[in-house]
Design a protein around this ligand. Structure first.
Ligand code: BES
Ligand code: MN
Ligand code: ZN
Length: 496
């Protein structure tokens, strides 16, 4: 999709549709009066009926009369101007884009001025670009029929800027495009079905991104993992025909020798639960159990495109969790890379086992800090639903930084406690630690387990179980993989 920034009078520019943002109770502007007059009084009558008053998310599609140059006008409600920010802007532009798509139009112009002055031109440009691109995403590579019945993707967007904005909007648009490319990588990976998406497939994708961006990529297979003693990864993988991979991606945009930030992502390409088998209902969704890995790879890619001045290491343990004659069983004891032994009481609590090794590996880089992302617990969905990821950690400034980045990016995170007392729940009579802690506080006991492998550095854990997959579909987010984490982490890295 092309996104251009032009200088023009919005109402004088030819287009199949002009998108105009409208703040609540600000419907008296001259430009809106002009639109109303040219669109058969469609706005004033919708206003009278209460159908459109500029409330956030309201839209009004108005076919224009012959007096107006644009063929249609789409008004999108922005809500109160006091509450308008980049998160609202992005969402409302996505909403507008989805209406344009429904109308089967493939291009529109957008009046940037109508989005007010609360955001800098650069930030507005970024939010608009992200909103349009996120709304336009689809995963249709396996559709051989019915493609033409679906709406065509948008091909060209023109952002109409005023003199004062013209130099800054394109900078924001370029950032937005790069961040989106990271989200795209993550969404495509999550949406890829399990038959395609083996651990080796994950490794190939990582290598491809590395090659494209000149990043360093190291991959360990079965033999190397055995040599190193990655008992957590090997234990989970042993039930699958597919070889596990430990993927290490390095982006060096910071000072030479400066301590890196390590990002660790759970990469379970399919989680059947193993011998502690999951119910078959909705098990197909478990192809998304590598959402953390996808976010890590997408973030390194976007960071490199943006040339962020930071050193990053991405660490992704990729495995498949299968039941079979060779699978690990409940009661097994694994020796992790750290040397700590783990009693496996439930083979479906596999994510923490592979993360244990990956977190130990992260320590080898003497990182400034470590953030792991994982679709780790169903309990997290019980606690927070699909509105926020859980964050827990051993370093409060890091946790607070992530919460702030969540507010600013719209990918929200909410803190849960990690009191020492929770450690009681994961004590094992036979090994150093058990891999489950009972029904109570499932998200917290999972993090308490990880904490034992992250003691040497500043660390935060993001449980994204409720965020990596969208069940119904929304304007900014069709059904399927969300790419959650990429925008959050980029925001964190940019503001740090
Ligand atoms: N991948 C799942 C968690 C999950 C569930 C993610 C639903 C997304 C949606 C994880 O490996 C798992 O199975 N966790 C168990 C842990 C339990 C056995 C302690 C769970 O949450 O039930
Ligand atoms: Mn599981
Ligand atoms: Zn899992």
């Amino acid at each position: 999709m092309k996104i251009d920034v032009i200088r023009a009078a919005p109402l004088k520019r030819k287009s199949p549709c002009l998108v105009v943002g409208v703040f609540e109770k600000k419907l008296r502007q001259t430009s809106l009066k002009e639109i109303d007059a040219a669109c058969h009084k469609g706005l004033s009558s919708a206003q009278k009926r209460g159908e459109f008053v500029g409330k956030q998310g309201q839209t009004l599609f108005l076919p224009a009369g012959s007096h107006l140059v644009p063929e249609n006008v789409l008004l999108v409600g922005l809500g109160k101007d006091k509450t308008f920010d980049a998160v609202v802007g992005r969402k409302m532009v996505a909403k507008a884009a989805s209406v344009v798509l429904e109308k089967r139009l493939d291009r529109f112009t957008l009046d940037l001025d109508s989005f007010g002055k609360r955001l800098s031109s650069e930030r507005l440009g970024q939010a608009v670009a992200e909103g349009v691109l996120l709304a336009n995403y689809r995963f249709d590579q396996f559709k051989t029929v019915g493609r033409d019945e679906a709406a065509l993707p948008l091909s060209e967007i023109r952002l109409i800027a005023q003199d004062s904005q013209v130099s800054e909007v394109p900078t924001g648009v370029e950032s937005g495009k790069k961040i989106f490319r990271g989200v795209l990588v993550a969404r495509d990976l999550v949406n890829q079905p399990g038959n395609i998406k083996s651990p080796v497939y994950m490794a190939k994708q990582a290598r491809q991104l590395a090659r494209e961006e000149g990043m360093k990529c190291t991959i360990l297979g079965q033999t190397e993992l055995e040599k190193e003693g990655c008992g957590g990864i090997l234990g989970v993988a042993q039930g699958s025909e597919r070889e596990p991979q430990l993927i290490i991606l390095e982006y060096n945009g910071g000072k030479k020798g400066a301590a890196p930030i390590a990002l660790v992502g759970k990469g379970v390409v399919f989680d059947t639960g193993g011998i502690s088998l999951k119910p078959s209902d909705k098990m197909d969704m478990m192809k998304m159990d590598m959402g953390g890995a996808a976010a890590v790879l997408g973030t390194l890619y976007a960071a490199s495109l943006l040339e962020l001045p930071v050193n990053l290491v991405g660490i992704v343990p990729a495995v498949e969790n299968m039941p079979s004659g060779t699978a690990y069983r409940p009661g097994d004891v694994l020796t992790s890379l750290s040397g700590k032994t783990i009693e496996v009481l439930n083979t479906d609590a596999e994510g923490r086992l592979i993360l244990a090794d990956a977190l130990t590996w992260a320590g080898r880089f003497n990182p400034e800090l470590v953030i792991d992302l994982a679709t780790l617990t169903g309990a997290c969905i019980i606690a927070l639903g699909n509105q926020a990821a859980a964050v827990l950690g051993n370093h409060d400034p890091l946790v607070q930084g992530l919460i702030k980045a969540g507010q600013d990016s719209g990918e929200r995170v909410w803190q849960l406690p990690l009191f020492e007392e929770y450690d009681e729940q994961i004590k094992s009579p036979v090994a150093d630690v058990a891999n489950i802690g009972g029904r109570a506080a499932g998200t917290i006991t999972a993090a308490a387990f990880l904490k034992k492998f992250a003691a040497e550095y500043n660390w935060a854990h993001l449980d994204i179980a409720g965020m990596a997959w969208e069940e119904k579909g929304m304007p900014m987010q069709p059904k399927g993989g969300t790419g959650f984490g990429v925008r959050l982490l980029i925001e964190y890295l940019q503001k740090r």
